[in-house]
Every structure is written in C-alpha cells, then in structure tokens.
Design a protein around this ligand. Structure first.
Ligand SMILES: CC(C)(COP(=O)(O)OP(=O)(O)OC[C@H]1O[C@@H](n2cnc3c(N)ncnc32)[C@H](O)[C@@H]1OP(=O)(O)O)[C@@H](O)C(=O)NCCC(=O)NCCS
Length: 186
C-alpha cells in the first residue's frame, strides 16, 4: 500500500484537505456539541486544547502513514464543516476503518455521502485498500442509512465494546470491499 501523497480531493460542493492548526477553533465548535458527539467514541470536548492536540496528532498520523484524516470544507466559502478519516490501517491486509463527523447545522444535505464517496474512491483506487470497515453505535440511524447508501454491508454485532460517558454500548460492524464498490459503480 503506497504512502500518503499530498491529498486534496474535490466534489461538486466540497473540498477535502489535510487539517492545519488554523482548523482548531472550527473543530472545537463541532466536537463540543453534545448531539454531534452522541454516538462518538469519546465524550464531547470541553477544552480547546483537545482540538489543538487532535490536529497535531492528525498531522503526525499523516506523516507516518498511520491514518489519513481530511477536513471537509465547503468549496464556496472554505468553511470547515467536518472530518473524514481512514484509520487502523493494516497495510499488509489492505484494510482500514473509516470515521466521519459533520457539524450539526450541516446535517441532512447529503454532504457526508459526497465526502465519503470521495474518500472511499481514493482509498480503493489510490491507496490500494481492499476492505473498509465501520463501527457504528446500534442507535445511530443516520449513520447506518449513510453506509447503506454507500453499499456497505452490516456484517455482525459486537457486544459491550465501548464505555463512553458512563454508558456501555456494542458495535454494529459494517464492511465494504473494493469489489462491492466497483460493482456498484458499474
Ligand atoms: C451521520 C452523519 C455523518 C450523517 O451526515 P449527513 O450529511 O447529515 O448525511 P445525509 O444528509 O447523507 O443523510 C443520511 C441519510 O440519513 C437520513 N437520516 C438523517 N437523520 C436520520 C435519523 N435520525 N434517523 C434515520 N435516518 C436519518 C437522511 O434522511 C439521509 O437519508 P436520505 O438521503 O435517504 O434522505 C451526521 O449525522 C453526523 O456527523 N453525526 C454525528 C457523528 C456521527 O455519528 N458520525 C458517525 C459515527 S459512526
């Protein structure tokens, strides 16, 4: 699997690009929101320092090839409205997991479907991935619908996998193969 090259991806409404320290404020606004973080793997952020650390980690991961996180920005204004990430990359097995987060005011406009389609295409066609996995809170209906539209399959359920904010939850595990993706694209 090749190393990451400078990555900027475009769709009609969005540009996906690497995060920079200047994104910390916008990222903090997104991740401090209780509803946005309802089914996330950690509690909502309470300190801006968490956003600063996150960007630093994202830059490190990009450099060492551990994870590819891209900021989702509106082409028209440049505003950062979310992030998408390929992480837990197992190069020898050509597989990884995918994560995504969108600012609440921008839900329901199909932005994340547009962003993930770009990232998935990049993963399969440029990064030589063969399989992308997603781990969903079983109540995250919007996310399940989104994955369904992107041709992921629900492959199984894992019990009591997360302890977040005093709540224990399992995972619905989804998978998408490169062959599924290519077949769906026709
Ligand atoms: C999940 C998330 C990324 C969806 O992004 P989005 O851009 O709003 O997605 P879309 O507009 O493409 O909507 C996806 C579908 O879910 C549907 N949907 C939205 N909210 C829903 C809900 N509460 N219940 C059921 N379906 C819902 C939408 O109607 C849409 O289907 P449609 O295109 O047939 O109308 C966004 O809600 C989000 O960031 N949530 C918080 C973070 C998160 O949970 N990330 C995923 C972790 S696995």
């Amino acid at each position: 699997m090749p190393r990451f090259l400078p990555t900027t991806l475009h769709s009609p409404r969005l540009t996906l690009r690497v995060l920079t320290p200047a994104d910390a404020d916008a990222l903090f606004t997104i991740c401090r929101d209780d509803e946005t973080m309802r089914y996330w793997s950690c509690a909502p952020w309470r300190e801006k320092a968490q956003a600063v650390d996150h960007v630093r980690q994202s830059e490190d991961n990009y450099r060492d090839g551990t994870a590819l996180q891209l900021g989702v920005t509106l082409r028209e204004t440049g505003q950062l409205i979310g992030t998408v990430t390929l992480y837990a990359i197992m190069r020898a097995n050509h597989r990884c997991e995918i994560g995504y987060l969108l600012a609440r005011p921008h839900w329901g406009h199909g932005y994340m479907g547009e962003a993930l389609a770009l990232l998935i295409e990049h993963g399969f066609e440029q990064l030589e991935l063969n399989r992308i996995e997603a781990d969903l809170h079983p109540h995250n209906a919007a996310s399940a619908k989104l994955l369904d539209k992107l041709h992921f399959r629900l492959e199984g359920q894992l019990r009591e996998r997360w302890f977040v904010n005093g709540e224990v939850s399992g995972s619905d595990m989804y998978g998408l193969l490169r062959s599924d993706w290519r077949a769906a694209k026709g």
